[in-house]
Design a protein around this ligand. Structure first.
Ligand SMILES: Nc1ncnc2c1ncn2[C@@H]1O[C@H](COP(=O)(O)OP(=O)(O)OP(=O)(O)O)[C@@H](O)[C@H]1O
Ligand SMILES: [Mg+2]
Length: 198
């Protein structure tokens, strides 16, 4: 199993959002979480990616224990938590690209900062990913010069550049015009066929 979550509970003040959610994901598996607005889908992803802390439950990612509230230490120590962060990528609804950086720099800087690899290698990898996304000619453009669908493909390329074993998407097409959602779904389908897990 790449991801095991057991009986996760999370509340904000008195609002119980996650009430004992369990999920298991195998390598190469594609899982979609569907539910009404406000039901806790984003909260679940935020807990799995350490953007929120759970109140109760157990989460294991890539055979590393992130948290077990039944064990006396609760969350793992910072070193392990950091190792786990490196295993996962997250693509947001509203892309979250840096607006003042070019497309290329958005993808290169992430690799240099997070993986500590040199700029030349990071640039080569970025260009391969841009090719894959059919956006090589946009390397020098700024995010505001691109369509929503193009920005989302850049955000996916940036996440992939960090070699995650699991890629999470939080409603990757909901901010897009209907004509543009197809191109993102095509990219996600191709990733699934390559056995990327999310
Ligand atoms: N930081 C927060 N503080 C307080 N309440 C929060 C916080 N984040 C989420 N909530 C509440 O938790 C509940 C679940 O929100 P969440 O964003 O996870 O829903 P969702 O299923 O992703 O909805 P949508 O489909 O609209 O994106 C909502 O009632 C929301 O108001
Ligand atoms: Mg949401």
């Amino acid at each position: 199993m790449l991801l095991i979550a057991e009986k996760i509970e999370k509340k904000f003040d008195k609002t119980e959002v996650l009430k004992g959610i369990s999920i298991e994901v195998k390598e190469g598996e594609v899982v979609a979480v569907i539910g009404p607005s406000g039901s806790g889908k984003s909260t679940l992803l935020r807990c799995l990616t350490q953007l929120e802390k759970i109140d109760k439950g157990r989460i294991e990612i890539c055979q590393k224990l992130m948290v077990d509230t039944q064990a006396n230490h609760g969350y793992a120590d910072p070193k392990v938590l950091h190792e786990i962060i490196l295993e996962v990528g997250l693509v947001f609804q509203n892309f979250n690209l840096f607006p003042h950086f070019s497309v290329l720099r958005n993808i290169v800087d992430a690799q240099v900062k997070v993986l500590g690899i040199d700029k030349k290698e990071a640039t080569e990898k970025a260009m391969i990913l841009l090719d894959k996304m059919n956006l090589r000619d946009k390397a020098g453009a700024y995010p505001c010069e691109l369509s929503g669908g193009q920005q989302q493909r850049i955000a996916i390329a940036r996440a992939l550049a960090l070699n995650p074993r699991i890629l999470f998407f939080d409603e990757p097409t909901s901010a897009l015009d209907p004509e543009l959602t197809g191109e993102i779904l095509k990219v996600i389908r191709a990733l699934a066929e390559e056995k990327m897990t999310w």
